[in-house]
Design a protein around this ligand. Structure first.
Ligand code: ATR
Length: 263
């Protein structure tokens, strides 16, 4: 029986096992997928002693930035993003890549298939934002970045060669086609960084928060006649990419989408 796992700390709420196990069932793959709690101080030991039993790993907080130290090879994308969320084996090598960026790209493409030259406002400059910015750069979108801590927005904007914006209240909504929340604002709370009257019918809103799925950010966009993309889409699409890497199988998104909503 092949073994796969998601490692993180905490790990209880990870949706990866239910999603990947649904894929194993669908394609009759003899494998199991577990969620394993690994504390940061134990990562090195776990990789040495336990990882040899596993074919592949999904990696989540707080290990995405440090797992790279225990790999033989890293993809260019994961080097630029500075985070690995998928570990796989090629012969003797342990390899790492990042599927969050593909997840973000495919989630956006459910509403906007061609992102080239689309004017995108990104809120937030954390780890999730880096994967998103990489995806948007690849798609040749025109990106503006805002962050509560302005210094981080300026630094990240310089690194990715994009514009940074200082004051959300001073922005003209006409200047943007797509607005993305990559901050934790809205996580378990009915709050949005944008005023209700910011939103216009031509806007597409994407919220990376998925608890709750319907956030105030998305709700305000919809009330103004705009379109919305919920945070589950990114998780599902990044998992589809992982499945392709580990098993060389393209799964229908609906299969993982229904598995996401189990429990
Ligand atoms: P992740 O890996 O999910 O991106 P992170 O790296 O901790 O998490 O980043 C969290 C993001 O949410 C940051 O952009 C953070 O802004 P700061 O850099 O100013 O801390 C943003 N954030 C969190 N709480 C916020 C709030 N109340 N208002 C605005 N931005 C907030």
């Amino acid at each position: 029986m092949k073994k796969f796992a998601v490692i993180g700390y905490p790990i209880k709420h990870s949706k990866s096992p239910q999603i990947h196990n649904a894929g194993f069932q669908e394609f009759n793959i003899e494998a199991e997928f577990e969620a394993i709690e690994v504390k940061p101080e134990n990562l090195e030991k776990w990789m040495q002693e336990e990882f040899p039993n596993y074919e592949g790993l999904a990696v989540t907080i707080p290990h995405k930035e440090t797992i790279g130290n225990f790999l033989d090879k890293k993809s260019e994308a994961s080097k630029i993003i500075g985070a690995v969320n998928t570990v796989y084996r090629i012969e003797e090598n342990i390899c790492g890549t990042n599927t969050d960026c593909i997840g973000a790209l495919k989630a956006l493409q459910t509403e906007v298939p061609n992102l080239k030259d689309k004017k995108v406002l990104v809120l937030g400059a954390g780890g999730a934002s880096r994967a998103l910015l990489f995806a948007l750069k690849t798609a040749e979108s025109k990106i503006s970045l805002w962050n509560r801590t302005e210094k981080k927005a300026i630094e990240l904007a310089e690194e990715f060669q994009i514009a940074s914006v200082e004051n959300l209240k001073a922005l003209n909504p006409d200047d943007f086609d797509i607005i993305i929340n990559s901050t934790s604002v809205g996580l378990g709370e009915w709050k949005s960084l944008l005023d209700e009257d910011f939103w216009q019918p031509h806007h597409v809103a994407f919220d990376m928060v998925y608890k709750p799925l319907e956030t105030k950010f998305l709700n305000d966009a919809e009330n103004a006649g705009g379109k919305s993309i919920t945070g589950d889409k990114m998780l599902v699409f990044q998992a589809l990419e992982q499945f392709k890497i580990w098993h060389d199988i393209e799964v229908e998104p609906e299969i993982f989408e229904s598995a996401f909503f189990l429990d």
